[in-house]
Design a protein around this ligand. Structure first.
Ligand SMILES: *Cc1c(COP(=O)(O)O)cnc(C)c1O
Length: 421
């Protein structure tokens, strides 16, 4: 399999883009492949190689690449213009759909990315409570903004820089960290800073260092301790929203937070972010209230259209029933493979998310770090040479889409068997 064109392009890109890429996790060693086109479950590089894709744009492409329903809706919208700088009916329609699906959401503010969504949600929670500190989970990723860039998930961890340079200590001194699946640690942190903690922000399933699943009752206990102490509970569902169920992890696990952030899947591959929450908190956001939030591309007609088409298509296709079942089949098959080979590896996942950890099944960030990353990197390369594109990090979740066929899955299981061996 030749990748000469990609190799050459990367030589040029290194001089023009820091690290040769536009976002760090894409910097596959020794050089990434350059995509020419993508369709369904497959991605094609500029040398003409075709890969089965389990990256799926790092989560958004629940329906697969180039889905006709999304393409048609967006193409139709383009003929009416693509940026208005005024409200449009589309944002009202999409808000209604989201509010119907998410019990925690009475109102929304549309933004362009998940990063902006969590930044805005934290600001709203701080404005609402008048408190400065917030608690995040070690290894939890909430986008690349200052206050959240502490022990922040896969990209930073893979590159060995869990904290970013250029972030003044003053910006993170109000960011507290606790391990995932440890309700005692969270309770202690809340009680120790009782008068100062505005919010807990948590990925209900740790998707950026795994997936790592919540243990039985953990999320319920997080809900209880935050409620008792008047701390705003923010579920960052930028990955799990519309992934585990239409109503996200909060529907899947039956826990209702105070605020929710969404992104990725909702836009079907177009840029989107959502700050959602109960009316009292949301009415803090400007111009209703004093918490400032604004954006040229907020409520973009193109993204709103894509969002409406996504929700429509997900319902029509009964997506979650189908891909969650595929996920279960695949995880079971991979467990058998690992067991037959006598490897001390573990399979983690839920719904359409899966991962083989090169070590014991982790329950938190520090356990995940014990995996054999050297072996994972060799394995990644072998899978790639077999035409299977996995996320290039032990800590990045593999995503299934509606487009992955039985044939794709069978080929994938065979490749795992061969390359794990
Ligand atoms: C991807 C992600 C974000 C950031 O979203 P962007 O659109 O990349 O800014 C925030 N939170 C979680 C849980 C994510 O996975």
């Amino acid at each position: 399999m030749g990748t000469e064109k990609s190799k050459k392009l990367f030589e040029e890109a290194k001089k023009l883009l820091p690290g040769g890429v536009s976002s760090p996790v894409r910097a596959i060693k020794p050089y990434p492949f350059y995509t020419k086109s993508a369709n369904g479950s497959k991605i094609t590089d500029i040398d003409g190689n075709v890969y089965i894709d389990y990256v799926m744009g790092y989560g958004p492409l629940l329906l697969g690449h180039n889905h006709p329903a999304i393409k048609e809706a967006v193409t139709n919208q383009l003929s009416d213009g693509w940026l208005y700088g005024t409200p449009s009916e589309l944002e009202v329609s999409l808000a209604k759909e989201i509010i119907k699906l998410y019990a925690s959401i009475d109102m929304v503010r549309f933004v362009s990315t998940g990063t902006e969504a969590t930044m805005g949600a934290l600001r709203a929670a701080r404005g609402f409570t008048g408190k400065d500190k917030f608690i995040k989970i070690e290894g939890g990723f909430h986008g690349a903004h200052e206050a959240a860039l502490v022990k922040a998930g896969s990209g930073a961890t893979t590159l060995g820089t869990p904290d970013s340079a250029g972030v003044p200590r003053d910006f993170t001194k109000n960011t507290l960290q606790v391990p995932y699946n440890d309700i005692e640690a969270m309770t202690e942190a809340i009680e120790a800073y009782k008068d100062d903690v505005a919010a807990v922000i948590i990925e209900p399933v740790l998707g950026n260092i795994g997936p790592i699943l919540p243990e039985k009752d953990y999320l319920k206990e997080v809900r209880a301790v935050t409620k008792e102490n008047d701390v705003v509970l923010i579920f960052d569902e930028v990955i799990t929203g519309f992934r585990l169920a239409m109503g996200g992890a909060q529907e899947y696990y039956g826990i209702i937070p105070d605020m929710t952030t969404l992104g990725k899947i909702l836009g079907g591959g177009f840029h989107i972010g959502v700050i959602g929450g109960n009316r009292e908190i949301m009415e803090m956001i400007s111009p209703a209230g004093p918490v400032y939030q604004a954006g040229t591309f907020n409520g973009s007609p193109v993204s709103m259209t894509a969002g409406l088409a996504m929700i429509n298509t997900m319902k029509k296709e009964n997506v979650h029933e189908k891909i969650n079942k595929t996920g279960e089949t695949l995880r079971k098959a991979l467990s058998d493979v690992v067991c037959d080979l006598g490897l001390k590896y573990s399979i983690s996942g839920v719904g359409s998310m899966f991962k083989v950890f090169f070590g014991d099944r982790p329950h938190n960030y520090s356990e995940a770090l014990k995996c054999d990353i050297g072996k994972f990197n060799i394995f990644f390369k072998k899978m790639f040479n077999d035409g299977i594109f996995l996320p290039p990090s032990q800590f990045e979740t593999n995503f299934l889409s509606l487009a992955h066929s039985k044939e794709d899955i069978d080929r994938t299981i065979d490749a795992y068997q061969r390359n794990l061996k």
